[in-house]
Design a protein around this ligand. Structure first.
Ligand code: GDP
Length: 479
């Protein structure tokens, strides 16, 4: 797959003419609209003193080559903050409380809708973007796709409960991704609160807070009583100054999908976070394997925006489907380019789930093949009513099994079962698990014709049980 000289130039913030000149010196005659293959592109990127960031193999091949922007093009941007911690320690309450620190709320109208992220402006004028999707699932989904959206993790630990299993999980996630932690010791208003004990406990996990002579900031807060919020915001600002967060706003936009859904009235809606560049209404965007022309950009106050720069979350309308959280998006120059990218990605997906292109696709057939040792992986397609349940089901399914057999979800998305799902399932020989959704008529007919099994569920445990039982049957010693 290819990238045009012009697009490569845009991505490097260089002039296309300079690339043409360079190639001419190499004995290659090209014009700005000509395409280059990935190897050539990479060579040029390096030759121009930029670094090639391999977002993923497919992205490189499709031209999603990210190069560093020149230092002088970058401007300070707001930090993107995720709140993590054990259940009931106050993540949601803290996110709600932090909204109230927004001084822009008065004039512009308060935050009216949940879009997966919001930005507040502090008294100092500094801005902070909070990812409003508590839980580690979204965070790890983004990480697993190589899209690091988070700059700082706020680790919420309840002062009356101390470090708990999900606290440790959160610490591990943050550490693995190299994101700095700020500890918010919450619920200090409670009579049985013991903040010092929390700080002491954290030592075991190599989190040495300032109060203990270390470098990690720890702020006592009460989300309920709205205490310590300014101090927490200051800590975030200080940390982001240390990180020197910057991005080039004057280039075509790139970023990451935070959340998505198919809205009855508005169609597919995705909340994206711009990482660099500026996204504008009317531009053509590819997000994962979906694409579309940005029909509207809406912020968390329900207001229409003309454009969105770095660290600014926005809902985009106009995509042809709901992309998965954690997938990258980028503006492309034309519809044909968008189609090319999306086709490529869909093909890749199918190829990846290869090896089983013949025969039908039911759970039984798949098991028979597994028994014959043809495949060790149980490929599955999951469709669900909302993104959250699609994700919950996939991650639970992927935890099943052992070294001999495991489930691999090749596609999980919100929305009813469509023909394209059936085709994907057919090529990968996998059944479709439909959770609280139905298949439309065309999809049902196609499934029947192709021998693809669609299994309907309304209880998550039933999905897991079915797969588990089948796997166990498979693993049981023969005769
Ligand atoms: P999450 O599961 O981490 O999102 O936790 P929630 O925000 O839902 O809070 C769990 C419970 O703790 C709720 O009943 C909150 O009202 C309560 N809570 C949260 N923050 C505080 C706090 O600062 N002080 C007290 N006393 N209760 C709190």
């Amino acid at each position: 797959e290819h990238i045009t000289v012009q697009e490569l130039a845009n991505r490097m913030a260089e002039r296309a003419a300079d690339i043409v000149k360079f190639l001419m010196q190499q004995g290659q005659m090209v014009r700005a609209n000509d395409t280059l293959d990935a190897d050539d592109a990479e060579l040029i990127v390096e030759e121009f003193g930029h670094t090639v960031k391999r977002v993923s193999e497919a992205d490189v091949e499709t031209g999603f080559i990210s190069s560093e922007d020149p230092e002088e093009s970058k401007q300070p941007r707001a930090p993107v903050v995720a709140v993590m911690g054990h259940v009931d320690h106050g993540k949601t309450s803290l996110l709600d409380a932090l909204r109230s620190t927004d001084v822009a709320a008065g004039e512009a109208g308060g935050i009216t809708q949940h879009i997966g992220a919001y930005q507040v402006q502090l008294k100092s004028g500094d801005k902070i973007t909070f990812l409003d999707t508590p839980g580690h699932a979204a965070f790890s989904a983004m990480r697993s796709r190589g899209a690091q959206a988070t700059d700082i993790v706020i680790l919420v630990v309840a002062a009356d409960d101390g470090v708990m299993p999900q606290t440790i999980e959160a610490i591990n996630h943050a550490k693995a991704s190299g994101v700095p932690i700020i500890v918010a010791v919450n619920k200090v208003d409670k009579p049985d609160a013991n903040p010092d004990k929390v700080l002491q406990q954290l030592l075991q996990y190599e989190i040495v807070v300032e109060q203990m002579g270390g470098e990690v900031q720890a702020i006592p807060v009460s989300a309920l009583k709205k205490q310590g919020l300014e101090e927490l915001a200051e800590a975030i600002t200080l940390q982001s100054e240390i990180l020197e967060l910057k991005a080039n706003p004057d280039r075509s936009a790139e970023g990451v999908v935070i959340e998505s859904q198919v809205d009855k009235g508005r169609g597919p809606v995705a909340t994206v976070l711009v990482k660099r560049g500026t996204l504008s209404r009317g531009q053509i965007v590819v997000a994962g394997s979906q694409w579309g022309k940005v029909r509207a950009l809406v912020n968390e106050r329900g207001q229409q925006m003309k454009d969105a720069g770095p660290s600014l979350p926005a809902e985009i309308l106009g995509l042809d489907g709901a992309p998965e959280p954690g997938e990258l998006f980028a503006v492309v120059e034309s519809e044909s380019r968008a189609r090319e990218l999306v086709d490529y990605r869909q093909r890749q997906r199918r190829d990846k789930s290869s090896g089983m292109s013949s025969g039908g696709a039911s759970l039984e057939q798949m098991m028979a093949k597994l028994k014959d040792n043809e495949v060790q992986e149980l490929a599955l397609v999951v469709k669900a009513d909302v993104q959250g349940s699609a994700e919950a089901i996939s991650s639970s399914l992927e935890k099943l099994g052992n070294e001999e057999v495991r489930a691999r979800v090749i596609h999980a998305a919100p929305g009813g079962v469509s023909e394209s799902d059936v085709l994907l399932a057919k090529t990968s020989g996998s059944p479709i698990f439909a959770f609280n959704v139905r298949a439309n008529k065309q999809a049902r007919e196609l499934a029947e014709a192709e021998g693809v099994e669609i299994r309907y569920y309304s209880v998550i445990y039933d999905v897991l049980d079915d797969v588990k039982n089948t796997m166990e049957g498979l693993l049981a010693p023969e005769k």
